[in-house]
Design a protein around this ligand. Sequence first.
Ligand SMILES: Nc1ncnc2c1ncn2[C@@H]1O[C@H](COP(=O)(O)OP(=O)(O)OP(=O)(O)O)[C@@H](O)[C@H]1O
Length: 202
Amino acid sequence: MSFEIRLRKRLGDRDIALDLAAGAGATILFGPSGAGKTSVLNMVAGLLRPDAGTIRVAGETLFDASAGIDLPPERRRAGYVFQDARLFPHLRVRDNLRYAFPGRPLDLARIAFLGIDQLLDRWPRALSGGEARRVAIGRALLSDPAFLLLDEPLSSLDAARREEISVAIEHLRDVARLPILMVTHDAGEARRLGMRIVPMDA
Ligand SMILES: Nc1ncnc2c1ncn2[C@@H]1O[C@H](COP(=O)(O)OP(=O)(O)OP(=O)(O)O)[C@@H](O)[C@H]1O
């Protein structure tokens, strides 16, 4: 199993509940705005605490309310690509990519498929949306993640950029073989990239 998630969380006046057991590959959380998709990613990353339930990824228990297990984010080894890239504005692309392991040489071969070699000396403010997204994916990969969380990785990109990022995600799924939990509210995107689609209702 890649993701085994059973959780409940009260957020404001809304109850978020999810029960999923996913095999290898990519799993898509699909649903309208406000359904709680980003909150689920935050709970898997350890940034938001569920009220009840368990979260296991690739056989490791990250959270178990009844057993009192709640690993801190840095021990969960999530490669989290936020919807808005969130690159560090004061660091050039090269240093954003190196952020997890500043002393280690930059393993460009590992992220060659992202096509960001030309961007290494740029500041984040000088990147297009698609370029920033690709750098954010590269940074997540170079942190040696055990799994990836991708929040709307194709949103607000033009058709050509969407295609580039889709190909990159397929590479992560099929070549790097990392378990992927990805959020979208776009049905076409979900069909193209999802080996398994988990609907979430608002
Ligand atoms: N800290 C909070 N306190 C109260 N309510 C919250 C909090 N965080 C999120 N919510 C609410 O919980 C619901 C789920 O939010 P979430 O961002 O997870 O949804 P989403 O499915 O990812 O939506 P979108 O597609 O718009 O990003 C929303 O109604 C949101 O307003």
